[in-house]
Ligand binder design. Structure first.
Ligand SMILES: Cc1cc2nc3c(=O)[nH]c(=O)nc-3n(C[C@H](O)[C@H](O)[C@H](O)COP(=O)(O)OP(=O)(O)OC[C@H]3O[C@@H](n4cnc5c(N)ncnc54)[C@H](O)[C@@H]3O)c2cc1C
Length: 585
């Protein structure tokens, strides 16, 4: 097996992974970085981000405001030392991107333009039309090209971490075009593998968001933190699940039920505001968890609109006018025309909530370090924890930058004065990983197909782990996911070839999703309260006495994970009431 030696191996070349790579290269050009990605970097999900990135920049805003919005938005589950660091670093990172060439929208006086976003009491979301992620990732990618120490391994699928002598010392990965497995010997490893929304059937997430990075760390003994918190974005296209960015509402779009009523005023998010003038933190600019939950209630009351794509509510942007829509929301218009045949200039567009983001992930401290020495994590796959029980829109893109950089700094610090690796032991470890994959090729037909198992997993997650949850439903989900994990052992490959074997990658991805789903459902069953995106119909209140803590799910092989709890770090904001009424109860 070929060995590739490097100082820092990074799994994932989305926003977090590339930001980390640049930070290592800038700190020390002698350090060799291996940047490993199962897709060409520009196809990472970061490229799909639309609305923008939050950072304090206007004179009427402050770090304290950004802190308060984030902590309250997260229903007090965020670690506040992490949030304090984040809000201060955010503008620096966004200005850094500007210097690297990111084309942020401008005010007429030439200063950076910001737009309102959900759950934020000030306008602080920097944007590049509604293609912010595309421009951010391009900027990072092109910047990374100037550093010869960053060596890319595009279309390499990470398989397992190499853990020896109690520390992470590399990984195995398959070169997808040849089927060759290679070992990367690294002094430290950063996982930046993105989210896992594809556990659910209806999701804004690209098909590659299958939680591989989370599963790699989890199987190596690192706990997954707060996995029960899954964000539904309120405005997805009802047929494809494609996102219509929160910027639609930030720019003044409104949500209507079948009677044309702006129903959010009935859910503690009033009062109704004049058309075209979004009032910050209320109505359509409430936080995502509350706005998605309001949809569910409208559905129960029979207030949704029946469409050929199922039950929906309407997002109306007509009053913004064609000129403004073309300038600020061109992609949204394009998506609605392409997938529904509706031009938002002339008609309201049917939408419904869609799985969007994982608040939980690989547990790290505020320096992006995991409990496994030599292993770091950043981006959506990590839970640092900034987002608590509900992420505010536009905080994620900045999280990638701030903590991608932190992970790099921690990784560099870690590799100073390390002993020489035991190469023989690492090779043995890599051979075990290789054998695991070979076993998939040589297994007798076990009668289980990846497609059937995946469908059953998705159906279970949608039915039992959605916007509202119950003991009964979650218990059913835990049992089902357990059963699927057993049956997964009998999945066989139809395609036994070596070249771009997508059958194999789908099997591996399903394995990752099942492990994540197991951590998610067990953690959700154990959290007997309602907080942020985790809403229980049988425990409707937040319970700070018993659950002001992070869940930590530990991998136990084919058995159910063990869940332990870790205190939330509170520095200056004791748990309070989340008020989005704009002063009007
Ligand atoms: C449609 C959409 C719009 C969004 N809009 C916004 C927004 O406006 N503002 C905001 O703040 N957030 C937004 N988000 C959220 C945000 O974009 C994501 O959370 C963020 O981009 C994730 O970045 P990442 O670097 O962690 O992962 P990704 O960009 O998803 O990259 C993951 C990387 O890991 C690699 N990888 C994964 N598994 C493997 C493996 N087994 N082997 C090798 N490589 C692997 C992939 O190839 C990829 O390079 C949006 C999300 C979506 C889906």
């Amino acid at each position: 097996m070929e060995i590739i030696n490097c100082d820092v191996a990074i799994i994932g070349a989305g926003g977090a992974g590339i930001r980390a790579a640049i930070a290592v290269a800038e700190a020390d050009p002698k350090l060799k970085v291996a940047l490993i990605s199962k897709v060409y970097p520009m196809r990472s999900h970061t490229c799909a981000a639309e609305g923008g990135a939050a950072g304090v920049i206007k004179p009427d805003d402050s770090f304290d405001f950004h802190f308060d919005d984030t902590v309250g938005g997260g229903d007090w589950l965020s670690d506040q030392d992490c949030v304090e660091y984040f809000v201060k670093e955010a503008p620096k990172e966004l200005i850094q991107l500007e210097h690297w060439g990111c084309p942020w929208n401008r005010e007429s006086d030439g200063s950076v333009a910001v737009r309102p976003f959900g759950g934020m009491k000030k306008q602080r979301t920097w944007f590049a039309a509604d293609k912010s992620g595309f421009h951010i990732l391009h900027t990072l990618f092109q910047t990374s090209l100037q550093f010869p120490s960053i060596v890319r391994f595009d279309e390499y699928f990470a398989l397992d971490l190499l853990v020896e002598e109690g520390r992470c010392q590399g990984l195995t990965a398959m070169e997808m075009r040849s089927g060759m497995i290679k070992q990367f010997h690294a002094n430290s490893v950063i996982i930046a593998g993105g989210g896992a929304g594809r556990m659910f059937p209806f999701s804004t997430n690209g098909a590659i968001k299958t939680g591989d990075g989370m599963a790699l760390a989890y199987r190596a003994g690192v706990p997954l933190k707060d996995m029960e918190f899954v964000q539904y974005h309120p405005t997805g296209l009802p047929n494809t699940g494609s996102l219509l960015t929160e910027a639609c509402r930030g720019e003044g779009g409104v949500l209507l039920n079948k009677d044309g009523r702006r129903y959010l005023q009935d859910y503690g998010m009033g009062p109704e505001t004049p058309l075209g003038q979004p009032q910050l933190k209320t109505m359509e600019l409430g936080p995502r968890d509350r706005v998605s939950q309001a949809y569910w209630h409208e559905l129960q009351k029979g207030n949704t609109v029946s469409t050929e794509w199922g039950d929906c509510v309407l997002l109306d942007m007509r009053h913004l006018g064609e000129k403004y829509i073309k300038e600020r929301l061109p992609l949204v218009r394009e998506l609605a025309i392409a997938y529904l045949g509706i031009d938002i200039v002339d008609k309201p567009v049917p939408i419904r909530p869609v799985v969007h983001y994982m608040m939980g992930g690989i547990s790290t401290n505020t320096k992006a370090a995991t409990v496994l020495p030599g292993l770091f994590a950043a981006g959506e796959c990590a839970c640092i924890s900034l987002n608590g029980a509900n992420r505010l829109g536009s905080n994620s893109l900045v999280e990638l930058l701030v903590f991608g950089k932190s992970a790099a700094i921690s990784a560099i610090e870690f590799i100073k004065n390390l002993p020489e690796p035991n190469r023989d032991a690492l090779e043995e470890c890599a051979k075990e990983s290789q054998a695991r994959v070979r076993d998939l090729f040589s297994r007798p037909d076990g009668g289980e197909s990846v497609f059937r198992l995946r469908k059953e997993m998705m159906d279970t997650m949608e039915k039992n782990a959605g916007i509202y949850r119950t003991e009964l439903g979650l218990q059913e989900a835990v049992t089902k996911i357990n059963e699927l994990r057993q049956r997964y052992q009998r999945v066989t490959l139809n395609d036994k070839s070596n070249v771009f074997n997508t059958d194999l990658f789908q099997v591996l991805e399903l394995g990752s999703m099942l492990d994540c789903a197991s951590a998610l459902t067990v953690s959700a069953l154990d959290r007997k309260e309602s907080r942020g995106a985790h809403q229980r119909l049988d425990f409707v209140d937040r319970d700070d006495k018993n659950f002001l803590c992070h869940s930590m799910a530990y991998f136990q092989g084919l058995n159910q994970p063990k869940v332990e709890y870790l205190d939330v770090v509170i520095t200056k904001s004791p748990p309070g009431v989340r008020d989005y009424s704009g002063g009007h109860k």
